[in-house]
Design a protein around this ligand. Structure first.
Ligand SMILES: Cc1cc2nc3c(=O)[nH]c(=O)nc-3n(C[C@H](O)[C@H](O)[C@H](O)COP(=O)(O)OP(=O)(O)OC[C@H]3O[C@@H](n4cnc5c(N)ncnc54)[C@H](O)[C@@H]3O)c2cc1C
Length: 414
């Protein structure tokens, strides 16, 4: 694969852009692979990439029922942060955040990582105590965060109203190296690098069954025929429960719709990410000038990829309370994705009751930020059978009661 560079842009400009290669190939599936990954979202592609890069396992197929990056990876609001409370969470999310810092160089693909800073507003005394505690925990975990005063909040976000009608801003948990990245580019960058290593990304290929022999996985049935494998990774986000059923076990997950919306583009007004958990809304400004807004998840299970209308009203109302100048903005479009929620709001990266079959899911409303770290840990788990990054997130924790409770850190949908 030819390298992308400023020189390549100049060269191609001079020859009418006729020399660009396809970013990834679209091969027909082989009869079998060492590893099959189900789901070409960020987590599936990152898992494949680190299997190749860190362990030299490249006889890999990534099967996708739609188009790559068309699931939640292409539907999220792109917030990246690692200010979680529990040690295992801080470890995997900070690993991911630190990999994001150099991901563009690593993949030779501009993922537009923008460490502009993420702020979580404290709007009740309870939240102040909670975030102060998180800031102390983060200091011990080596995650750079601080609790900042309302005047510092105003300095960083001049458009904010500090003395809101219901919930005044009492401070914020601030992570200066949190931020955003371009979600499609993350999927495309990993896909290009996987394809470059000789892996097969097979789109429009739905997995409809899972085969096993004597308690061990032997392959999958798909809309393009049967494909054999030695190891299988189920990385299908909101559809993980459906795949687990095919493999003969159940996952402790709920699948619910989470939605987001964007406004018309306006001139730059806010250069950090702000999350307001109490009133339940969060916002950043895209490079195009749109305000990217997210709110809560639906309170009932479904697979519609749309989300209920009342959430739009609630989210916008909540944000107008904190940012009154938004009241005149027109909203351009809205969309939804199906997220997979666990009881303790932490992911599942685990072996399963079916030997050779692994699962990576349960990222709920906040898995985009984790993609590189999750792929790193999942690849190690699939290659070696264990990984320090994923150990706390095994399925066994639900049986043994060792929950990684992140219901506060992951409480707002992001
Ligand atoms: C509106 C919204 C906002 C969000 N905002 C943020 C945010 O700001 N920050 C953050 O960190 N996270 C956010 N998230 C969460 C984040 O998007 C997800 O956690 C993450 O993208 C999950 O990635 P994934 O690769 O596991 O899943 P996906 O990207 O959904 O990929 C799974 C893939 O599996 C495929 N698949 C499913 N079943 C099958 C099958 N049977 N056969 C073959 N393929 C199959 C799907 O088509 C899909 O492409 C948000 C989510 C939503 C919906």
């Amino acid at each position: 694969m030819k390298r992308y560079s400023a020189f390549a842009i100049v060269r191609e400009a001079a020859r009418h852009h006729l020399g660009w290669q396809r970013a990834w190939t679209s091969p027909e599936p082989r009869a079998s692979y060492d590893v099959v990954i189900v789901g070409a979202g960020g987590h599936g592609l990152a898992t494949a990439y680190y299997l190749g890069k860190n362990f030299g396992i490249t006889n890999v197929a990534i099967l996708e029922k739609g188009w790559l990056g068309g699931g939640n990876t292409g539907r999220n609001t792109t917030i990246i942060r690692s200010n979680y409370l529990q040690d295992p969470s801080a470890a995997i999310y900070e690993k991911a955040r630190s990999l994001y810092e150099t991901l563009s160089q690593d993949l030779n693909y501009n993922v537009m990582f923008s460490p502009r800073g993420v702020m979580m507003l404290a709007q009740t005394h309870h939240e102040v105590r909670g975030y102060e505690r998180t800031a102390h925990a983060n200091a011990l975990q080596g995650v750079e965060t601080e609790f900042i005063s309302p005047s510092r909040v105003k300095e960083l976000v001049p458009i904010i109203r500090l003395d809101g009608p219901r919930y005044p801003v009492l401070g914020a948990l601030w992570q200066p190296r949190g931020g955003t990245a371009r979600h499609d580019a993350v999927a495309w960058g990993y896909a290009r690098a996987c394809s470059d290593m000789g892996m097969h990304i097979i789109q429009q290929c739905e997995v409809t069954g899972i085969r096993s022999e004597a308690g061990r996985v032997s392959g999958v049935e798909t809309s393009k025929g049967a494909i054999g494998c030695n190891r299988l990774g189920l990385v299908a986000s909101g559809h993980s429960g459906v795949l687990a059923e095919m493999a003969g076990f159940r996952l402790p997950l709920e699948s619910v719709a989470l939605q987001a919306l964007v406004s018309e583009p306006i001139k730059p007004i806010m250069d950090v990410v702000v999350m307001a958990n109490t009133v339940h809304g969060y916002m950043s400004q895209s490079d195009k000038g749109e305000m990217v807004i997210g709110g809560g998840a639906d309170g009932f299970n479904n697979y519609t990829q749309r989300g209920s209308f009342h959430h739009i009203e609630e989210t916008v109302r909540a944000l107008v309370e904190t940012f009154p100048m938004l009241s005149r903005l027109k909203m351009l479009r809205q969309w939804g994705g199906i997220v997979d929620m666990t009881g303790d709001r932490s992911p599942i990266l685990s072996k399963t009751p079916l030997d050779g079959c692994f699962v990576n899911c349960g990222w709920g409303t906040g898995g985009f930020k984790a993609i590189p770290g999750s792929g790193w840990g999942m690849a190690e788990l699939m290659a070696k059978g264990h990984s320090p990054l994923t150990e706390a997130f095994s399925l066994a924790r639900f049986r043994e009661g060792r929950f990684v409770d992140e219901s506060v850190a992951a409480g707002v949908a992001h």
